[in-house]
Write a protein that binds this ligand. Structure first.
Ligand code: SAH
Length: 260
């Protein structure tokens, strides 16, 4: 790619918005791995695993922009400004994000900020945690028998109560909730109030693809207790729908049908 040059003749760096996947370095794309190993500056989230950061070349600058929940907006402006400032100073930047940069990753906002400042930006997709976690837990998000619609929802959104989730969950549908652990009680109550059966299977996948990964299962009505009793911590995903049932239960159903 040809270098971008400012009107006054200085080279402008490129910002690469790179998905780091759910944690296991083996799940990086080849392009992400190549960029991580070659760049001089990595600006990363708290979700990027230490194993992946340790792939950076010796002497590379690693800048953490892990965000506190309560300071989201301010912090995001500061991150945008940092990316633009570095690129305008001539530095290529790898902006490394957990999962995929465009799935609840604020990658869209960062790309806009770069474009507005005349900074070239490229996007390298990553395996979103929804896909990494479901693969690791062997939960097929779609299944010919039980799910032909999948929805990704942010569980910490303002206005959660006003959303109508009735169309997103239920028979034939899988709902994957990001950032939902802190609001698990509200989410379960809301879904049941919108008509979802209390016994709908739920799986909570914590630290997916990392050594400390846990997969917890139960019915929707038991989600608040499950999260509290098992002390589920972020990062965790909540998968709701028939596909989230324990594999053994599915096997039992098949065995029962076969004997009938
Ligand atoms: N861009 C990311 C999502 C960022 S939002 C992606 O594509 O995955 C942060 C949320 O992602 C967390 O609150 C959690 O719900 C989910 N998450 C990210 N990494 C995870 C992991 N390793 N295990 C479980 N959930 C994860």
């Amino acid at each position: 790619m040809q270098d971008s040059v400012s009107p006054s003749g200085f080279r402008i760096g490129t910002v690469q918005l790179v998905g780091a996947g759910p944690g296991d370095p083996d799940l990086l794309t080849l392009r992400a791995a190549r960029l991580i190993m070659s760049t001089g500056l990595i600006v990363h989230d708290g979700l990027v695993s230490p194993e992946i950061l340790s792939m950076a070349r010796p002497g590379a600058r690693l800048v953490s922009v892990a965000k506190a929940r309560s300071r989201h907006t301010m912090a995001q402006d500061a991150i945008n400004a940092l990316l633009v400032r570095e690129a305008l100073a001539g530095n290529d930047v790898v902006r490394l994000k957990g999962g995929d940069p465009f799935i609840f990753g604020r990658g869209g906002e960062e790309a806009e900020a770069c474009r507005a400042a005349g900074v070239p930006v490229q996007v390298v997709p990553g395996i979103t945690s929804a896909l990494g976690a479901s693969a690791a837990a062997q939960i097929p998000l779609t299944h010919r028998d039980s799910a032909s619609i999948v929805s990704f929802v942010a569980g910490q959104c303002k206005g959660l109560a006003e959303q109508n989730w009735a169309g997103l969950a239920g028979r034939g549908r899988t709902l994957v909730i990001f950032m939902g652990v802190a609001n698990a009680t509200d989410i379960a109550e809301k879904l049941m109030a919108d008509g979802l059966a209390p016994e709908t299977p739920v799986a909570v996948i914590e630290n997916a693809t990392r050594t400390e990964m846990r997969v917890l299962r139960g019915p929707l009505a038991g989600l608040p207790d499950l999260v509290q009793e098992q002390r589920v911590r972020s990062p965790a995903l909540i998968v709701i729908g028939e596909v989230a049932a324990a594999p053994d239960e599915t096997l039992c159903d098949i065995a029962l049908e076969a004997t009938q």
